[in-house]
Write a protein that binds this ligand. Structure first.
Ligand SMILES: Cc1ncc(COP(=O)(O)OP(=O)(O)O)c(N)n1
Ligand SMILES: Cc1ncsc1CCOP(=O)(O)O
Ligand SMILES: [Mg+2]
Length: 201
């Protein structure tokens, strides 16, 4: 399966409304700490906008709501995966993306039959405190060798300037939060990302 090379991660339907119409084709809704009723509304709104713009929507963490709302993709970390009902996810036809940060997590993730694997953090990230040191570019090459033919998503500290290094070392997709959402002009930066990823589309 070929995965879109630009993977935008946002934390609200409002961001989806702002940025997806610019031409984003793969988007993750990553919302932490929200009560279920509001979360469901956010998912519904994001789903409608993505459907209208032919953008693949991935729901982070909330696999039950993703099933109930008829979404197509879910992204889970290793702790999420340990408590998720994989049979229910599979039965609902949801595609699955999984995080990996080290060898043990890679083995666990590969055994769960994912549709893509993510490796991070490639560079230092300010989004969240992580116990793993930056993986660096060589690690991408090693991970690609181990996960192929599954698509490999690189995440953590990515910028348009860093994309050639990511893709030349074997990543199929570059995921981003901070470089776009904290940019003074998120719309312009999103367009830069779309253009910068064009050679790998
Ligand atoms: C594409 C992608 N890669 C990694 C993550 C991180 O997932 P996880 O380890 O579960 O951490 P949280 O994002 O849930 O804090 C991701 N969301 N997306
Ligand atoms: C959730 C996550 N998992 C690995 S790095 C990361 C954060 C990446 O985001 P940013 O693009 O803000 O560095
Ligand atoms: Mg998670």
């Amino acid at each position: 399966m070929k995965l879109e090379p630009f993977y935008l991660i946002v934390d609200s339907a409002a961001w989806v409304e702002r940025l997806v119409p610019l031409g984003v084709k793969l988007l993750q809704l990553r919302i932490k700490d929200m009560e279920e009723r509001r979360l469901r509304e956010e998912i519904r709104a994001a789903k409608a906008i993505c459907a209208a713009h032919d953008c693949t929507l991935v729901i982070n963490d909330h696999w039950r709501l993703a099933i109930e709302e008829g979404c197509g993709w879910v992204h889970l970390g290793q702790e999420d995966l340990a408590t998720a009902d994989r049979a229910a996810i599979h039965a609902a036809g949801l595609k699955l993306g999984l995080s990996t940060h080290d060898e043990a997590e890679l083995a666990t993730a590969l055994a769960a039959s994912p549709d893509y694997l993510a490796l991070g953090p490639i560079f230092p990230t300010i989004l969240k405190k992580m116990k793993w040191a930056p993986q660096g570019l060589d690690r991408i090459t090693e991970w690609k060798r181990r996960v192929a033919p599954l698509p490999l998503v690189a995440i953590g500290g990515l910028t348009p300037e860093r994309l050639p290094g990511i893709f030349e070392n074997g990543a199929d997709t570059a995921a981003v939060v901070t470089d776009i959402l904290l940019h003074p002009d998120p719309e312009a930066r999103t367009r830069e990302w779309i253009e910068a990823t064009a050679p790998w589309r």
